[in-house]
Design a protein around this ligand. Sequence first.
Ligand code: PEP
Ligand code: MG
Length: 358
Amino acid sequence: VQPELAGDFGTLMEWADGVRRLKVRANAETPLDAKTAREFGAEGIGLCRTEHMFFDAARITAVRQMILAEDEKGRRAALDKLLPEQRSDFVEIFEVMAGLPVTIRLLDPPLHEFLPHEEAEFAEVAAAAGVEVDYLKRRAAELHEFNPMLGHRGCRLGVTYPEIYEMQARAIFEAAVSLADAPIPEVMIPLVATKRELDLMKAVVDKAAEAVFAETGKRVDYLVGTMIELPRAALRAGEIAEVGEFFSFGTNDLTQTALGVSRDDAARFLQTYVEQGIYAKDPFVSLDVEGVGELIEIAAERGRKTRPDIKLGICGEHGGDPASIAFCEKVGLDYVSASPYRVPIARLAAAQAALAKA
Ligand code: PEP
Ligand code: MG
């Protein structure tokens, strides 16, 4: 532990840990972030956003090749290039987290973030895929979306291109069986609205797991669960919990979709809204307890009714906000997940929330 994390600070954190009930995890997708999170006391990873791994300069061309491919064969050619790197991503993170829980969210990019824009980028993808630049430009134009945040992202990508999630699941299980002290992977499906979506995606994950177990002669335990980040998912949590073994509340998207406010454009008017008392605080920073919070309470109650031991957490930005953490304690979530540098605040806030409840 670094010196500044010991001493009085360390003592305070020990006191907090002695009274808090909520577990505190971190949002991390690089080994460095995972190490930082552990030094700050994270008890696992609550959200590993795999799309961030795909932005890596060395693999973005293969990612673009995959997205722009017209058919499964073309996508698989690109995915074969990505598999070894994705496997080592997970090996590194599992090693840092040594046995602690790690929730890996399958790909959830707004698609436009992956499309090439520069001439040189198109040329690189064309060379990698063995196709013409003009063809790729036509494909990119076809893939244009007017509202990518409500578009072809999250599990919608997995439903239309299951081979992407299959590759990621294979990478997760190949990494897990290769390690002596692997965590129990928690495979998380993003942007689920219906039970059927989760059914289909869980089947893809289970099939990849069984294939890896058969090939290697080793097995690991794992969970498959879902983000709850759409109001429909919160309302239908009872049936979604028939499939999902855990829920993680994605309160960034849940706030965006419940309030109908774009998380990327809210800055223009939210300050006035707060000044006018329409919202007490910026709802993307501090949970809108009355609206979004009620959806969380409904989902927790309905999910638990179906599956009493369902694991419940939060991984939106609110997971590091003290007032929101107090709400999570009230609802009885199992853990909060915050960015690494907010883990100590979350530990303290969780302790304060437990004391207040007592
Ligand atoms: C969320 O929506 O709250 C979430 C954690 O996912 P992301 O921010 O990656 O959309
Ligand atoms: Mg989200």
